[in-house]
Ligand binder design. Structure first.
Ligand code: FES
Length: 92
């Protein structure tokens, strides 16, 4: 039995995969290594633990923020967006 193909977008760019893959799995299969930046320093982040513990892989999926890409199974047509939340300005 062959898994059904599906397509998601990340910031408008299409990525192809198969039913059962996680969002992170689809992005990694396409050689995408990072899709988030840290609040401090804007360092790139993607998969670190791969098991839902570190929260490095957060994305917005269909408008829902802070979804762990390593846990979320992709659904055909998912609209995935990268996240960057800069630290708030500190005023004295
Ligand atoms: S890679 Fe660690 S929570 Fe997703």
């Amino acid at each position: 039995m062959t898994a059904r193909p599906l397509t998601i977008t990340l910031d408008g760019e299409p990525f192809a995969g198969a039913e059962g893959q996680t969002i992170a799995g689809m992005l990694l299969a396409a050689r995408r290594r990072s899709w988030r930046t840290t609040s401090a320093g804007a360092a790139p982040r993607g998969v670190f633990c791969g098991i839902g513990v570190c929260f490095d892989c957060l994305v917005t999926v269909n408008g829902a923020r802070d979804v762990r890409a390593c846990l979320r199974r992709a659904a055909d047509g998912d609209v995935v967006e990268t996240q960057h939340d800069p630290l708030p300005e500190v005023t004295s």
